[in-house]
Design a protein around this ligand. Structure first.
Ligand code: ADP
Ligand code: MG
Length: 697
């Protein structure tokens, strides 16, 4: 195929080196292919014409057909403006210009009819438009039915006549020139099955729509393609890995049966049972497991982890669990120790603060197989940590570890890559999970253990503080403990600490009878730990903290979470913080404190928190508010590289594209069928660059 799409943009008629350099710098556009994929970000509706009588304040840019009645210059010096009175059969309005008057005035003969385009505004009784676009009415444009593309551009480009129209003019030259060479990148079967238009037509329509329907179909086609190649890439990675990585067959369930019969302290929820079945299915097959378990805080992931460990150990292997912080590793250890002992299995904790002598014993017992379960931080990844036979590696709170670290775990067993289970309490909308973790299988624990009382959440303004303090007092009198959390203010650590300290002092004044703990990011790890432990043991009643307590901490007796300046937190963070309470048998509460004036987004966030405890629903709202680019882990995933598709808005299309890619990988994994030649070509061509596979190059 010709490399026409790699041709440098300066060689296109009407561009030249100067404009090309600006396009390079400002928009990262270097080649024909690049500008062809500089898709409009919206379209102006030029299908409708408004009568002057029908104008209203709500309207954005609109078109009005009107005739010039008078043209006059008003004012002097800097305040000079050109005003044209225009009329149609329903009324009169004004068009005004403050700049370029010399130039405009020549184009406005009295009596001539124009299409004016701009945002109407009302001054007194009269409608006006400032600096409208205008064109003389012709037989053609009077009846036109188009959507005019709007391209993103910059001030510097505009100064060189590369405004949206200027970019459109470049494409007017380019699209006809390369049109016949735009390759089809989907198979006839997929085009037919999903009723998609061809790539050439899609590119033409996206830049020069001839009807709203065709524009819609062009957008659909291009979005589908983008999702399709994103999913295809992930699925092919998965296939390659599964083929390469034979898994150790771990199918014995003796320990599991013993545990179920004699020790398990509660009935598993149906969701837990289902997820355990999925995990067992993986571990007893000869494929290596790579599974993500998503479950909201409190959904019982620890038990799922332990039971998976039993499956591994039953078959003669060992298991480890890695957590992102020492506090969390500790809590996992404390949580699992009891179960392990009950089953007569040796378990140990390995973190940075474990003494050398103790470490040595751990290393030995791992190698001779005596130690069955190892819990720890990334200290587990050190090369000296060697297992006799690591069969299962569990990673908690995935987003804090990179893929590279996961790979290090794989290397801990030379014969077989260990089965890997990734657990996260950060719910991710399905569409995003498909993509972020497209190379993993996903299980969801979507049910809470029975008898759990849902946390009650309220929103209170700062002026109600006394009432809130009264409520805190009541709860502590009942024997409960309380968290009060302050936000991190990123711009200034000092302000941060001051905010926290002011809060601490006012709380100390309000509750002289109670003991307080304080934990913040500026403290040494051991001081933090010490304060945390005092709260865990119930020696203090109120924990005043910044968000350092966000992840994992488990104090079942704490039943109230007060979040100060709640409007400053993101939704997922609020949800994580709320998850610190509601872990015991008592009714728990979350109080969101905020100032009175709130932005629209802040209000939606707080209302969402009050309305629901469902982490997935919250994640969906979060995705809609923030877009996927801001969500954790999206940077490395290629999602931010999408040109036209939008994960938060185009979810149904993503699902279709995922199905199509899945079908293809099942039916023709090597892409050898003639029908799939176009796809094979595209995959091969893009593989080197690791960018968005749907790109033209
Ligand atoms: P998370 O998913 O947040 O890690 P945990 O595993 O810490 O949740 O479980 C939270 C609490 O619920 C623990 O005290 C645990 O013992 C309890 N739990 C877990 N599963 C069940 C169940 N099926 N029935 C009752 N309680 C359960
Ligand atoms: Mg947990």
């Amino acid at each position: 195929m010709s490399g026409i799409f790699d041709t440098r943009i300066e060689y296109l008629k009407g561009v030249g080196p100067q404009k090309a350099e600006l396009l390079n710098k400002e928009l990262n556009i270097f080649t024909y292919g690049d500008i062809l994929q500089h898709y409009p970000f919206r379209y102006e509706d030029r299908t409708k014409f408004f009568k002057i009588r029908d104008l209203n304040e709500e309207l954005e840019n609109v078109q009005v057909m009107a005739r010039i009645k008078t043209v006059e210059l008003i004012g002097t010096g800097g305040k000079k403006r050109l005003v044209a009175q225009v009329f149609d059969e329903t009324g009169e309005m004004e068009m005004t210009w403050f700049k370029g008057i010399q130039w405009v005035v020549k184009k406005l003969p009295v009596g001539a009819a124009f299409i004016f385009f701009g945002k109407p505004a009302q001054y007194g009784r009269k409608w006006s438009m400032a600096h409208p676009e205008m064109e003389p009415i012709t037989a053609a444009n009077e009846k036109r039915n188009t959507f005019q593309p709007v391209y993103s551009t910059t001030e510097k480009l505009r100064a060189k006549f590369l405004d949206s129209k200027g970019i459109s003019r470049i494409l007017e030259v380019l699209v006809p020139l390369v049109f016949p060479q735009i390759p089809e990148t989907l198979s006839p079967e997929i085009l037919h099955q999903y009723q998609l238009i061809g790539k050439q037509e899609a590119i033409r329509q996206i830049h020069f729509p001839t009807s709203p329907e065709l524009l819609h179909r062009a957008r659909k086609r291009l979005k589908f393609e983008e999702f399709f190649y994103l999913q295809l890439r992930l699925l092919m990675m998965k296939v390659t890995r599964t083929e390469k990585s034979r898994g150790q067959i771990l199918s014995n369930t003796d320990l599991l049966t013993d545990f179920y019969k004699n020790h398990i302290p509660f009935d598993l929820t149906n969701a837990q049972k289902r997820v355990i079945r999925e995990i067992y299915g993986d571990m007893k097959s000869s494929r290596q497991m790579n599974r993500l378990v998503q479950g909201d805080v409190g959904s019982g992931k620890t038990m799922v982890a332990f039971i998976s460990m039993l499956i591994a150990i039953s078959s003669g292997a060992q298991a480890c669990l890695m957590a992102p912080t020492e506090i969390l590793a500790n809590q996992h250890y404390e949580g699992l120790k009891g179960y392990a002992q009950m089953m007569g299995l040796k378990i140990a904790l390995l973190t940075g603060s474990v003494k050398k002598s103790a470490r040595k014993i751990i290393h030995e017992e791992l190698l001779n197989g005596e130690l069955k379960i190892l819990i720890g931080t990334h200290a587990l990844l050190e090369d000296v940590v060697q297992f006799q036979n690591l069969g299962l590696a569990i990673v908690d709170e995935q987003h804090r570890f990179g893929v590279a670290q996961r790979a290090k775990l794989w290397a801990k067993n030379e014969e077989f890559i260990p089965h890997v289970l990734v657990m996260t309490a950060t719910p991710i909308p399905r569409t995003l999970a498909m993509t972020l973790y497209g190379d993993l299988d996903v299980s969801v624990i979507d049910e809470m253990p029975a008898g759990r009382k849902p946390i009650q959440t309220v929103h209170r303004y700062d002026k109600d503080r006394l009432k809130v303090f009264g409520f805190i007092n009541e709860e502590i009198k009942k024997g409960r403990q309380v968290y009060i959390v302050y936000p991190l203010i990123e711009e200034s650590e000092k302000l941060d600490l001051k905010n926290l300290m002011d809060g601490y002092e006012s709380i100390a004044r309000a509750f002289p009878q109670y003991h307080l703990s304080i934990v913040h990011g500026g403290m040494k790890a051991e001081d933090k730990d010490f304060e945390m432990q005092r709260f865990v043991k119930g020696e203090t009643h109120i924990m005043v903290a910044t968000t350092v307590i966000e992840v994992g901490v488990n104090v079942p007796n704490a039943s109230v979470m007060v979040i100060e300046n709640a409007e400053r937190f993101g939704l997922s963070q609020l949800h994580q913080l709320r998850g610190r309470v509601g872990r015991g048998a008592e009714q728990s509460y979350c109080v969101l404190m905020s100032k009175y004036e709130l932005s629209k987004d802040s209000r939606i966030r707080l209302e969402t928190m009050v309305r629901t405890n469902d982490g997935f629903e919250i994640a969906d709202v979060d995705l809609r508010l923030r877009g996927p680019g801001d969500l954790m882990g999206t940077q490395q995933s290629g999602i931010t590289d999408l040109l036209i598709a939008d994960l938060s808005k185009d979810a149904p299309l993503l699902t279709l594209a995922r199905d199509a890619a899945q079908q293809l990988v099942i039916n023709d994994p090597e892409l050898t069928q003639p029908d799939n030649a176009a796809i094979l070509r595209q995959v091969k061509q893009q593989k080197k660059t690791a960018v968005n596979w749907s790109r033209i190059s």
